[in-house]
Design a protein around this ligand. Structure first.
Ligand SMILES: Nc1ncnc2c1ncn2[C@@H]1O[C@H](COP(=O)(O)OP(=O)(O)OP(=O)(O)O)[C@@H](O)[C@H]1O
Length: 467
């Protein structure tokens, strides 16, 4: 029976047994299997199993702080598997270590001690990136050729041939190679992050890192340190220097996800850093120059963004030199067949399931569905159908479209299958999550707040229930 966890394998390489146990427990919800290794040498056999993500400690020798061993291991991993998503663990390291790791091809970094949500978000982003690299067949070649080869490949992963998507592709092709800041607007799940990646890949910065900050997930109290970094001793937990996301993106692209969630009183700090192109780490008296191109994304619509009680217009002006709007899927239904075909084939291969037919009346009902969760929901629905479909052809009730969902009258959606006995708690959870999502029109941040969950925890539950 295929598992409902989103990823297959994580590898954690660290000489501290406590870290290995903690990471194993934490990652277990996301990965079918979490394997550990206490040294780089011991890890290489597991690297050959193509983990979705590799967490790698920088230092193994006693007292070492320059991450030399970690870098050697990173090089060896990328030589074996150029698509590997490696997240470097940078405890007590100087800020240069994180920068150097990203330059050498690490996907991201986390500092010890980590917050659980932060680690899970980083790991998940890294695993998704690996998945898209593999889907694109990108490897060392594409990464080092950077701007020349990557744009077409990255743009290819953005499916859809509707007039709206053609406009999006054309804007990516035109704005990508420039230095212009780009603002991407669209409901949750419409593909804003994919567009950000495609723009970065089409830019002259493609060989440098794309660093993401989810402004919906950064705690207000950690905002300064997360964005601008801190120096050792700046506050109680600051046991080493931390580079901060803006400097980590130096030379590359900074992706400000959910920028509309940034509280009004913190917006001037971001604006100042972007205007002056300098950041001052917490606890430091010296500012540092940064060279970043900014891509921002939000699910706020134009009207909300234009309201200066929600968003400072001077910050908006700095961010939206070019604006790319991703319409909801219900306004570009002609893209649905290609997306369905792609994700059904994708999950059939992933789960070694038979390639089933999609009868025209089922396709018609899926095209007529309103998809309030947009492409993300369609993708999850395809995965559930691949796992659950009993026959040779897909039926409409193999797809979890949600109670009360708008489905074409041609084929009425049957009521959802009753929950198996003994799983009532599961059913209640699903219904509650679904109700919160509908109440907030699939605005993930608002639904998460109402449910008392982090955005990440809500995503996990959506994935679990195929919402
Ligand atoms: N045009 C597309 N072609 C193929 N897959 C897509 C497309 N658009 C979105 N997806 C898939 O849908 C999912 C959600 O996309 P993405 O994370 O880019 O959306 P988002 O708008 O950034 O969402 P959120 O606002 O909730 O963070 C991803 O799995 C992505 O691969």
């Amino acid at each position: 029976m295929p598992s409902s966890r989103p990823y297959a394998l994580a590898l954690v390489i660290d000489d501290d047994p406590d870290i290995l146990v903690a990471a194993q427990m934490l990652l277990h919800d996301l990965f079918d299997d979490v394997v550990t290794a206490a040294s780089p040498d011991a890890a290489m056999a597991s690297v050959a199993r193509s983990p979705d993500v590799i967490l790698l400690d920088g230092n193994f020798a006693r007292g070492a702080t320059n991450a030399a061993e970690g870098f050697r291991c990173l090089d060896a991993i990328l030589a074996t598997d150029p698509d590997a998503a490696v997240v470097l663990i940078t405890a007590h390291s100087g800020v240069q270590v994180a920068v150097e790791a990203m330059k050498r091809g690490a996907t991201d970094f986390v500092s010890k001690p980590w917050s659980h949500d932060r680690l899970l978000t980083t790991v998940r982003t890294a695993a998704n990136l690996r998945q898209s690299r593999r889907q694109l067949g990108q490897g060392e070649g594409a990464r080092s050729q950077g701007a020349a080869a990557a744009p077409t490949a990255a743009a290819l992963s953005l499916l859809g041939d509707s007039p709206a998507m053609r406009r999006v592709h054309s804007l990516i092709a035109r704005a990508g190679p420039t230095q212009a800041n780009v603002m991407i607007l669209g409901e949750n799940g419409t593909g804003k992050e994919l567009v950000a990646r495609a723009i970065h890949a089409a830019s002259r910065r493609a060989a440098a890192p794309l660093v993401t900050v989810d402004l919906g997930a950064v705690a207000e109290t950690l905002f300064d340190s997360e964005l601008f970094g801190h120096v050792k001793g700046a506050f109680t937990d600051a046991r080493g220097d931390s580079i901060g996301r803006l400097r980590a993106a130096d030379g590359g692209t900074l992706f400000l996800d959910e920028v509309g969630n940034l509280p009004l009183h913190l917006q001037p700090k971001l604006l100042t850093a972007l205007e002056q192109r300098r950041v001052t780490p917490v606890g430091s008296s010296r500012s540092e120059a940064i060279d970043v191109r900014v891509i921002a994304a939000t699910n706020l619509d134009h009207a909300r963004l234009a309201d200066d009680r929600v968003f400072r217009q001077d910050l908006l002006f700095r961010l939206n030199t070019v604006e790319i709007e991703l319409p909801p899927l219900r306004e570009r239904r002609e893209d649905i067949p290609a997306l369905l075909a792609h994700y059904l084939r994708h999950y059939e291969q992933r789960y070694a399931a038979p390639e089933r037919a999609l009868p025209p009346e089922v396709l018609a009902a899926l095209v007529a569905h309103d998809w309030p969760g947009n492409v993300r929901a369609l993708r999850h629905a395809a995965e559930r159908a691949v796992i659950l479909a009993p026959g040779d052809a897909y039926q409409i009730d193999d797809f979890p479209l949600g109670r009360g969902a708008a489905v074409a009258p041609v084929v009425a959606a049957p009521p959802p299958a009753p929950a198996p006995a003994g799983l009532n708690l599961d059913r209640l959870e699903r219904e509650t999550v679904e109700a919160a999502l509908r109440k907030h029109s699939y605005n993930i941040s608002q639904a998460a707040t109402e449910l008392g969950l982090s955005r990440f925890a809500l995503y996990r539950r959506m994935e679990k229930h195929g919402l």
